[in-house]
Design a protein around this ligand. Structure first.
Ligand SMILES: Nc1ncnc2c1ncn2[C@@H]1O[C@H](COP(=O)(O)OP(=O)(O)OP(=O)(O)O)[C@@H](O)[C@H]1O
Ligand SMILES: [Mg+2]
Length: 253
């Protein structure tokens, strides 16, 4: 099992990248695949064609609330991590033909969830073991990831925005990831679809951050996002999916 986390600043193209990455692994036959949306805005579902609510699925935040606060008390002899794991399998996980999908959701009240956080991390570490790849869409800081999901990941992909200032952000992002206690095997940068090709050389010179290439601007991708259509199954010869394939091959996938 490998955990691949995609992070980066707002609007750099994280969610569309995660969707096209899922499509790449599906085409390669690298299954089973789990997609995890850590974004409170929950955009990933739409881009992979899954409406969790319509599917009768609950977010992990809703399940935590329901299991530990709504229902109150404890079930004697059942560990909190077992209780939440059971709920996630039963009520949270969307199980599709080519991938499974889970959203963390919105209803977090900081400071109130220590016990569920620990239980959730335990439960998720067992649950994710069933998969070949776990792809995480992780906007914002990674402390969220560390506290609730996992501290150990294989890859961090940081998507770089369109300005030369983005390099400072990249270095800061890595430091913040370090400080939040995340351990990774590889930390790589990827040019976002608005990242100028001409800055690629500079991106390659950054120490210890491998630059994997740039996501191509793709009108079909933009159009599908506007229309709320899935990016799974997009013609893989299009610039977007083709660039994602090259990036993942450069990363060794
Ligand atoms: N490869 C691409 N080519 C052209 N447009 C794209 C591409 N990828 C994404 N976009 C456009 O950029 C917008 C932002 O993309 P996306 O939602 O993937 O970014 P994000 O980093 O996940 O944003 P957020 O920080 O809000 O979660 C989309 O609405 C889409 O229209
Ligand atoms: Mg997003």
């Amino acid at each position: 099992m490998k955990i691949i986390v995609t992070m980066g600043r707002g609007g750099t193209g994280k969610t569309s990248f995660v969707s096209m990455m899922a499509d790449y692994f599906i085409r390669k036959g690298d299954a089973p695949l789990l997609l995890v949306d850590l974004d409170p805005d929950q955009n990933l579902g739409e881009m992979i064609g899954v409406d969790l609510e319509a599917e009768g699925r609950m977010t992990v935040a809703e399940l935590l609330e329901d299991t530990f606060i709504g229902k109150g008390g404890t079930t004697v002899g059942v560990a909190p991590s077992d209780r939440i794991e059971h709920r996630i399998w039963r009520d949270g996980l969307y199980e599709g033909k080519s991938f499974d999908f889970l959203a963390l959701g919105t209803k977090w009240v900081e400071g109130c969830y220590c016990m569920p956080d620990a239980a959730l991390r335990d439960a998720l570490s067992r649950l994710t073991k069933q998969y070949m790849y776990v792809l995480i869409d992780a906007p914002g800081g990674l402390e969220h990831l560390n506290r609730r999901v996992t501290a150990d990941v294989d890859e961090i992909f940081d998507i770089i925005g369109p300005s030369s200032k983005s390099f400072a952000h990249l270095l800061r992002a890595r430091r913040v990831a370090e400080e939040s206690g995340i351990h990774w095997k590889n930390f790589s940068s990827i040019g976002g679809f608005l990242f100028p090709e001409s800055l690629g050389e500079r991106a390659k010179e950054i120490n210890e951050i491998r630059y994997l290439g740039k996501i191509a601007q793709d009108d079909e991708v933009a159009q599908r996002v506007i229309e709320g259509l899935s990016l799974i199954g997009l013609d893989h010869n299009l610039p977007g999916p083709d660039s994602v394939r090259l990036i993942l091959q450069a990363a060794g996938y």
